[in-house]
Design a protein around this ligand. Structure first.
Ligand code: NAD
Length: 389
């Protein structure tokens, strides 16, 4: 029986991935094998010895002390892409908001009604101030072609837009998912120079922070429309406000409002609604529970932020899973100890991620507790688990 502690309310459809006959799931588990968490702050959490994995139902993991987890041999999972459809749909809405004066028009109708005006008498005359262009035939630049960017690029082609995308680290998965209609360029300047609309879908990190700055904006077309459903800090706020005031940027739609932005012209801001859909919460919960289960039952690691992705189909009598430092001679030490006990290696896989590595060894014979204990004592080994098929 595996014990799973929930630190937040996890969507029932996610918990249903953990069958009752094999899993005890509650917020009161004292010796959990795994933790399911959404946004609970775990930074000062004391890890019980039993804990092997934490699955975060969501993408960001800044509520989890990743380095401490790695040192304790605890795998941390997240759920990239589980909210991609929700963000894609809002990005399409944002493109329309950036083009047509929908938000301003709606606000005006509300204001008329609040003033006691019979709105039916003013709509036809008033609408001329809210004219805005169509998307069809315009060029959309998509910066960042990951889970969200690919979906935005693909759907934009269906809206009749020409789409140009840029991602210096384009994954094979993204490349295969991308519509053939999307032109991919290695040169970000080409996006800036050709796009009527630009939408960004990159993570905020030290390389991308402030990437949409005055120099980048200067390369863009006059009257470009910007959409930012990714992170506020990707855009240099002062530069975009100046560009909105001068008309260089015709409109800015963002999920990350600030007071300074709200004082600038042609800004439409949403209160970080990108992933706020019930479907997205369900998708995250299902993915987190499945990742946890696959690790606990099979030792497979998919979508971990601190350990490499490693999957191995079962091929032996037992499986030894070792989390260890990424240092020389560890593989030899593991197989050497197994060999000393006459345990034959049926299959083996090993991958590293930064300072840490993970090895799965399938063996033709059972692995005794004594051998597992010896493995755990090897210099650089952080966690050993033996699973039986
Ligand atoms: N508004 C919201 O509620 C909301 C919800 C989910 C995600 N997000 C944001 O959207 C971002 C993208 O999410 P995702 O699921 O598509 O992530 P992802 O990891 O699948 O994709 C990010 C892509 O950006 C690319 N990239 C990294 N640096 C780049 C650079 N300098 N130039 C161009 N491309 C670069 C990566 O190669 C990757 O393909 C997240 O990092 C998050 O900040 C916002």
């Amino acid at each position: 029986m595996y014990h799973i502690k929930t630190l937040n309310k996890i969507a029932p459809v996610g918990l249903s991935q953990l069958p009752k006959e094999g899993y005890a799931v509650s917020d009161g588990e004292e010796h959990p094998d795994g933790i399911l968490v959404r946004s609970a702050d775990m930074l000062n959490y004391e890890f019980p010895e039993s804990l092997r994995a934490i699955a975060r139902a969501g993408a960001g993991t800044n509520n989890i002390p990743i380095d401490r987890c790695s040192e304790a041999g605890i795998v941390v999972f997240n759920t990239p892409g589980a909210n991609a459809n929700a963000v894609k749909e809002l990005a399409v809405c944002a493109l329309l908001l950036s083009a047509r004066k929908i938000a301003a028009g709606s606000k005006w109708v509300n204001a008329q009604a609040a003033d006691g005006v019979d709105v039916t008498t003013v709509v036809e005359k008033g609408k001329s101030q809210f004219v805005g262009p169509e998307l069809m035939g315009k060029t959309l630049g998509v910066v960042g072609l990951g889970a969200i960017g690919v979906q935005v690029a693909n759907i934009a082609t269906k809206l009749g837009m020409k789409v140009i995308g840029h991602d210096p680290f384009l994954s094979v998965h993204s490349a295969l998912s991308l519509s053939r209609m999307v032109h991919v360029t290695a040169d970000l300047n080409e996006v800036y120079q050709s796009a009527d609309y630009i939408t960004i879908h990159v993570p905020q990190n030290k390389d991308t922070k402030g990437m949409v700055n005055a120099a980048a904006i200067a390369k863009m077309k006059d009257g470009v429309r910007l959409v930012n459903m990714a992170r506020g800090g990707l855009v240099d706020e002062g530069a975009v406000i100046d560009a909105l005031k001068s008309g260089k940027v015709a409109s800015y739609v963002t999920d990350f409002p600030t007071n300074a932005l709200m004082a600038a012209p042609n800004v439409t801001a949403l209160p970080h609604l990108g992933a706020s859909t019930p479907e997205s919460e369900d998708n995250c919960a299902v993915m987190a529970a499945q990742e946890l289960r696959d690790y606990l039952e099979n030792g497979n690691i998919v979508n971990s932020v601190n350990l490499p992705a490693v999957e191995l189909p079962w091929s032996g009598a037992a499986r030894v899973c070792v989390i260890h430092r990424n240092i020389p001679n560890l593989l030899a030490a593991i197989t050497g100890l197994l060999g000393k006990d006459n345990v034959n290696v049926a299959n083996l896989t090993n991958k590293s991620k930064g300072e840490y590595a993970y090895t799965i060894v399938d063996t033709d014979q059972a692995v005794t507790d004594a051998v597992a204990d010896e493995l755990a004592k090897v210099e650089g080994v952080l966690r050993v688990r033996v699973l039986n098929h």
